[in-house]
Write a protein that binds this ligand. Structure first.
Ligand code: GLY
Ligand code: MN
Length: 464
């Protein structure tokens, strides 16, 4: 948690966007996994955490613009809470730590919102994703659950994004902490993975690094010898000589900030010559992005320039043919990288994705529907203090290649015969986290291994 002043300043800045009405920010509740008392780990709503700082379930934050008052609705500790969960600082005192003077019982929110609604005042809230909150808001506002997101306040959505997209120095410090733990998770995997091990053994070892640093995970770990499956959460394969192991994993610090990193390394310890060629191409894509990141350029332009590096590399390998600019303009290269180059990073690994990708990543401008570009979460002009990922990939997805071949898609650009040789190649991705500075960028965190030589040097430790 930051100092009280941080939350007071954030709420004041938010409030200053509005003339009247109230802002309603719902915290999250515990979600049962298989019965009420056996829940998924608690993850606080990031917007609630940003403005109200309390990492605790069943709290509702309200900013009353007309009355210049702030409230938290939540229930004070009971003796039962103390018996089962131990003595804790009272909720009233926790509210004071984040500068909120008014703590009201959770049950009072219904009456409070009834009065606001029936006095004709506007209630601003952002898009809701948690079923509990959807049902509650429907109940409080006397609407149907499936109507809740029809009444989202666009003004509030833009105002929140306008604040959360710019990371303050204290936020950047937290993200750096998360990235450094994330880096250690990846290095741990590189130092222990060996042929014969199961993917889940490597995943357990790297996740334990996060746990041992008092962090949770930013998202479900990807640790797979089938890196061509983009979000592969299966961990049951045995690592074999010649495989590439792709790990996409990150730590979330106690304060909620996330790291996100992907590495790909050879199970055998050394890349095969062919793997090394593609890995070098992958790193040249990553380096192209880091050369270009600065205020004023759009992330979409960077994405497209990186795709040109990929296309050029594939033309040199005789997998693609023709003009590189045309290949990228038509989206042919997306056969080998169907996802976007990156996304905003902060309290969420895909920061604020719940508020809306077009608002966060495109400032309201329409997103392309072209295959590949349609998956680009961030396209807007970059500004100082934005933090986001850069994660180029190269994949040979046999099912997709076969589909395109059967449809005879882009025969003038794709050498399908040559492509047959790569059907079992798999996939690779490399990812780092960047901050935009006044004139350029900084890759956040301590220096991370990147080149094939650096990767092989760390991998050698697994075989000592
Ligand atoms: N690191 C997972 C993702 O970016 O989707
Ligand atoms: Mn990512």
């Amino acid at each position: 948690m930051f100092a009280r002043r941080t939350y007071e300043k954030r709420r004041l800045a938010l409030r200053n966007n509005f003339e009247d009405g109230i802002i309603l920010i719902c915290g999250n509740s515990l979600s049962p996994a298989n019965y009420r008392d056996n829940t998924f780990p608690f993850v606080q709503d990031s917007t609630f955490l940003y403005y109200f700082g309390l990492n605790k379930e069943n709290l509702i934050g309200v900013i009353d613009i007309d009355k210049e008052q702030e409230y938290i609705f939540g229930n004070e500790l009971t003796m039962d809470d103390i018996i089962w969960s131990g003595p804790q600082i009272s909720l009233g005192d926790q509210c004071k730590l984040v500068g909120v003077e008014n703590l009201l019982p959770y049950e009072d929110i219904k009456r409070f919102l009834y009065e606001v609604k029936h006095s004709g005042r506007k209630i601003h809230y952002i898009n809701q994703y948690l079923p509990n909150n959807i049902i509650n808001i429907a109940d409080w506002l006397e609407i149907k659950p499936n109507e809740v997101n029809d009444y989202v306040s666009e003004k509030l959505s833009y105002a929140v994004v306008e604040q959360r997209n710019y990371k303050t120095p204290e936020e950047v410090q937290e993200i750096i902490k998360a990235v450094n733990v994330t880096r250690e998770m990846h290095l741990k995997a590189m130092k222990i993975a060996k042929p014969g091990m199961k993917e889940y053994e490597v995943a357990a070892a790297l996740e334990n690094v996060a746990k041992s640093k008092n962090c949770t995970l930013s998202f479900l770990t990807i640790c797979t010898v089938n890196g061509q499956t983009l979000h592969n959460h299966y961990h049951g394969n045995t690592l074999k000589e010649g495989d590439l192991l792709l790990i996409d994993a990150g730590a979330k610090t106690e304060s909620g900030y996330c790291g996100d990193m992907t590495t790909t390394f050879p199970v055998s310890g050394k890349f095969t010559p062919l793997q090394k060629e593609f890995y070098n191409l992958l790193i040249s894509m990553f380096d192209k992005a880091s050369e270009l990141i600065r205020p004023g350029i759009t992330y979409k332009e960077i994405h497209l320039e990186v795709c040109k590096v990929l296309a050029k590399g594939l033309v040199e390998k005789n997998i693609l043919k023709g003009n590189v600019d045309e290949i990228v303009e038509k989206g042919v290269h997306a056969l080998f990288m169907p996802h976007g180059l990156g996304h905003m990073l902060g309290l969420d690994v895909h920061d604020m994705e719940n508020i809306g990708e077009v608002i966060v990543g495109y400032n309201g401008e329409a997103k392309s529907t072209q295959f590949g570009l349609a998956s680009l979460r961030l396209g807007r002009e970059l500004e100082e203090d934005f933090v986001f990922t850069v994660e180029p990939g190269i994949y040979f997805i046999p099912e997709l290649i076969k589909k395109w071949k059967n449809e005879n898609k882009f025969p003038e650009y794709i050498n399908y015969e040559e492509l047959e040789k790569y059907m079992n190649f798999g996939g690779m991705r490399y990812e780092g986290d960047f901050l935009v500075t006044k004139t350029g960028n900084i890759r956040l965190g301590e220096t991370m291994v990147k080149s094939p030589e650096e990767v092989e040097e760390v991998r050698a430790k697994a075989f000592k």
